[in-house]
Write a protein that binds this ligand. Structure first.
Ligand code: VG1
Ligand code: CO
Length: 544
């Protein structure tokens, strides 16, 4: 078998965003596009000769082709072994688990997560380091810089590897091991949670749950966990067959895109518990009977109840949340006497805190929660965490959340997304906001007075690295705030995210719909950022 060195021309647009490089499938299908990026990853790493790489994706369109290319490139570049999920499938948290368990050098995940899939939709690729977590900015920057000057890549001339069955194959001088995508992950979950009492709950006959995998990667994991290990009745998992186009849906577990599940939980005779996860299995949405748990509240509830879970029974070292996530978890941290860190958006910023043992739980408002068991957010882990709490407290989801608000106060919270806005318009809006920052402090808008206004900058407490321009924050003296930032995961135009939050300590005022509770702030966000005037949009595309 020959190693070919193929000459190529650099692309200028291979800058990784919040979570890897995401583009339209058609962009990735251009000659050399994927290969250039993969070679840029390898060229930015040192010491991988003879080492192990883990490889897998969420099963979306182009997953299989990309895996074959990457296998041949890994062989040509000198990796010793690649562990690849059966049929090329691995959820993001499962890949993180496997990198850690088998002490791999790193991993490559093929996914565009919550973005739709299919020939005209999105594809993505992301590199994770040996801790199992997303590469830090230092590495993604190096990859991008390399991609701008790359002029050749190496690939083995070989037949495709059969990924349909488990086993070991030789590819040049490299070994390809096709592994069970599910087994290691299930074993890890069993080591964390009280499977005995969750099983009792699910088989008791007076508790019903519904898990919607949205035809994305978690189907096989959910069947194995809920229906096989935990004894839930067949049919508990909905849309559990992974499809290359996710059934034409948008694999984003929120009230808008997971509407089938929402209809069930808010319909006649609803089950007690509902959950959904995203394309690559790292997000989760939690629903009770006629009740939606915001991700920020979910993180706070998990933190407050962590001692009920065997893995966290001795307490948490600390917690972390991304900056736009509500401060609900901060209140739990204060009451538990533990540290709470505020990081920029994206899981890569939690890695150092987790590695250094400074935090045990972390989360984002975008339906992502996780812990130090892996280095990615983890959708099914969050579902199991909730089940463990429900099994132990024997209360409903709604009762648990309402009690939580009573104890800690309620952080009303909502995110308004304006998707596929013209890039120029979005940039102008952000620039105009930045220009206002220095004169904002002290300004009065109706009942709100500005306490601070800045563009969030983060200094990593472990390695001292600095990340600037992470979102514009306008905080008011009553603890409310509005945050504006542009998405780093979209593939079309720009997506403006507006995050709104207010704090209500008074439990007689905890019954409002968040859009009501936040109505004045919503109007104010438009007044300050001139959203309508800048984008021509009257309404957000998605409200979560
Ligand atoms: C979004 C979310 C962010 C999340 C990221 C990746 O990023 O806001 O919290 O970490 O997606 O999630 P952005 O830049 O579009 O706001 V996933 O499930 O795509 O891996
Ligand atoms: Co995801």
């Amino acid at each position: 078998m020959n190693i070919r060195t193929v000459s190529t021309q650099a692309f200028t647009d291979q800058k990784p965003g919040t979570s890897g490089l995401r583009k339209k499938v058609k962009t990735f299908q251009q000659p050399h596009y994927l290969e250039n990026f993969v070679q840029s990853i390898f060229d930015s790493l040192e010491g991988y000769q003879g080492q192990t790489l883990v490889l897998g994706g969420d099963g979306r369109f182009y997953n299989r082709e990309a895996i074959q290319i990457i296998l041949k490139m890994a062989a040509a570049n000198g990796f010793g072994r690649v562990l690849v999920g059966e049929k090329g499938i691995l959820s993001t948290p499962a890949l993180s688990c496997i990198v850690r368990k088998y002490k791999a050098f790193g991993g490559i995940i093929l996914s565009a997560s919550h973005n739709p899939a299919g020939p005209d939709e999105d594809f993505g690729i992301k590199y994770n380091t040996d801790n199992g977590g997303p590469a830090p900015e230092k590495i993604t920057e190096a990859i991008y810089n390399r991609s701008k000057t790359i002029d050749a890549y190496k690939i083995l001339e070989a037949e495709d590897v059969n990924l349909e069955k488990l086993g070991s194959f030789e590819l040049g001088s490299m070994t390809v091991q096709v592994i069970d995508s599910v087994a290691d992950y299930v074993e890890l979950m069993q080591s964390l949670f009280d499977f005995g009492s969750i099983r009792q709950l699910l088989t008791s006959g007076n508790f019903r749950m519904c898990m919607d995998s949205l035809h994305a990667v978690t189907g096989p994991y959910a069947y194995a966990l809920f229906e096989q290990c935990l004894g839930a009745p067949a049919g508990t998992v909905h849309n559990g067959k992974p499809l290359e186009d996710f059934g034409g849906g948008h694999p984003d577990p929120n009230l808008v895109y997971a509407h089938e599940l929402v209809d069930i939980l808010f319909g006649d005779n609803p089950p007690d518990f509902g959950a959904a996860s995203d394309g690559d299995g790292d997000r989760n949405m939690i629903l009770g009977r006629n009740f939606f748990v915001t991700p920020s509240d979910s993180l706070a509830v998990l933190a407050a109840n962590a001692k009920l879970v065997p893995a966290y029974s001795s307490g948490l070292a600390g917690v972390a949340r991304s900056m736009p996530t509500s401060a609900a978890v901060d209140r739990v941290a204060v009451s538990e006497g533990i540290d709470c860190y505020e990081t920029p958006t994206g899981w890569k910023f939690f890695g150092n805190l987790l590695d250094a043992g400074k935090v045990t739980l972390c989360g984002e408002e975008s339906f992502g929660t996780g812990s130090d068991h892996v280095r990615e957010k983890d959708g099914l882990w969050a579902v199991l965490f909730w089940l463990n709490i429900l099994a132990s407290r024997k209360q409903s989801v709604e009762e648990i959340v309402r009690e939580h608000w009573k104890t800690y106060g309620r952080n009303y919270y909502s995110r308004h997304d304006y998707e596929a806005v013209e890039t120029l318009e979005a940039n102008t809006l952000m620039e105009n906001l930045r220009e206002q920052l220095s004169t904002m402090k002290g300004k009065q808008f109706g009942k709100y007075q500005v306490e601070y206004a800045d563009d969030f900058s983060y200094t990593d407490p472990v390695d001292g690295s600095i990340s600037q321009n992470q979102g514009i924050r306008i905080g008011f003296t009553d603890g409310s705030r509005i945050v504006f930032r542009l998405s780093g995961t979209g593939t079309q135009g720009a997506t403006l995210r507006v995050y709104l939050e207010s704090y209500e300590p008074d439990s007689t005022k905890h019954h409002l719909d968040p859009q009501q509770g936040l109505a004045e702030l919503i109007t104010l966000a438009d007044e300050i950022a001139q959203i309508k005037a800048n984008t021509g949009r009257d309404q957000p595309t998605v409200i979560t």
